[in-house]
Design a protein around this ligand. Structure first.
Ligand code: RRO
Length: 315
């Protein structure tokens, strides 16, 4: 039994999801596999207005991961609810739209517009991206500040029906992720997504200048998997100790194989997103699902929920 309960009766058939930003609105990946096979499809963070993002170059490969300074390129929420969401609904996908804003009011506007969408029934939850590293640090201004994070979460929570869970997406670039997690949950987050990319930089040694147009960028891929495992483990531990109310954690960061996914799950994640790995292998999210399933069978687990947080030992 691979099912995952996100809360409020939103039960997914399996724990695999795309990671925000790596598969846009789903149409590209749908050429490689049926996106409704995934537990949920997470879309690129959408803001109020259309945006072209930062200038190029805005991607850089490193031996252990990828840096991006995309800067929230996107169609804007009106086009998203008009075109992208209805398309995902039409192919039977369960959708976890990711929303962003440069102010708490913008977040609230995006959430309210989403709610009014004719395809809203395909939405199984909303990911609130308070941790984009690439918008003049506004994103990290939210993610590093418990008060600012809580304000956004509370406002978004008010805009959406009670039975649609909201997930706060956290940044690894904070000194104490448990205090941000606690602030978000207390403000009304029904779950947490951990982690967004890690701030990094690549220098072009021919030009002797930072390579990315945005100067710094977000590092993703295998390099950040141990950071994700650590963050998930710390927050899950804080929940076990009663310092944070217990809510589901969605794990994301450097997952390429079923065994990588299992690491995040054992740390405490109830669902796993696959992002950067899809650039090399567009079928990665479903492949990871099958590899994880085989691994659980091999290890004798009958229910996926039994392995969530297993690395913490018996309660
Ligand atoms: O668009 C981006 O530059 C971006 C976003 Br919104 C994010 O949340 N994380 C990231 O690495 N890049």
């Amino acid at each position: 039994d691979l099912s995952v309960d996100l809360g409020f009766g939103k039960v997914l058939p399996n724990p695999l999801m795309t990671a925000s930003g790596c598969a846009a609105n789903g149409a590209e990946l749908h050429r490689f596999f049926d996106v409704s096979e995934l537990g949920a499809f997470v879309t690129k963070s959408v803001m109020a207005d259309p945006r072209s993002g930062r200038g190029t170059p805005r991607m850089a490969e490193t031996p252990s991961g990828m840096l991006n300074s995309i800067g929230l390129q996107g169609p804007g929420i009106a086009a998203f609810v008009d075109t992208d969401l209805p398309w995902l609904a039409s192919v039977g996908a369960r959708v976890l739209p990711s929303i962003a804003g440069s102010s708490s009011t913008e977040f609230a506007h995006v959430a309210a517009t989403l709610r009014a969408s004719r395809a809203f029934e395909a939405v199984v939850g909303v990911e609130v991206n308070i941790s984009c590293p690439n918008v003049a640090n506004r994103g990290l201004v939210f993610a590093c500040d418990p008060g600012a994070s809580a304000k956004v979460i509370a406002l978004v929570r008010e805009q959406l029906p009670r039975d649609v869970p909201i997930f706060a997406k956290l940044s690894p670039d904070v000194t104490d992720i448990t205090s941000i997690a606690a602030a978000c949950v207390k403000a009304g987050a029904d779950g947490l997504t951990m982690i967004n990319t890690l701030l990094g930089m690549v220098i072009d040694t021919d030009l002797m200048r930072p390579h990315l147009g945005g100067i710094t960028g977000g590092l993703s891929g295998p390099a950040i998997r141990p950071v994700a495992v650590r963050a998930i483990w710390q927050v899950r531990q804080a929940m076990a100790e009663g310092r944070i109310p217990v809510v589901p954690i969605i794990g994301v960061g450097g997952v390429r194989t079923g065994r990588d996914a299992l690491e995040l799950v054992a740390a405490g994640a109830s669902a796993v997103q696959v992002g950067t790995a899809t650039f090399n292998d567009p079928t990665a999210p479903v492949r990871v699902l099958h590899e994880l399933t085989d691994l659980l069978v091999e290890k004798g687990y009958r229910r996926f929920s039994d392995v969530v947080g297993a690395a913490h030992g018996s309660p």
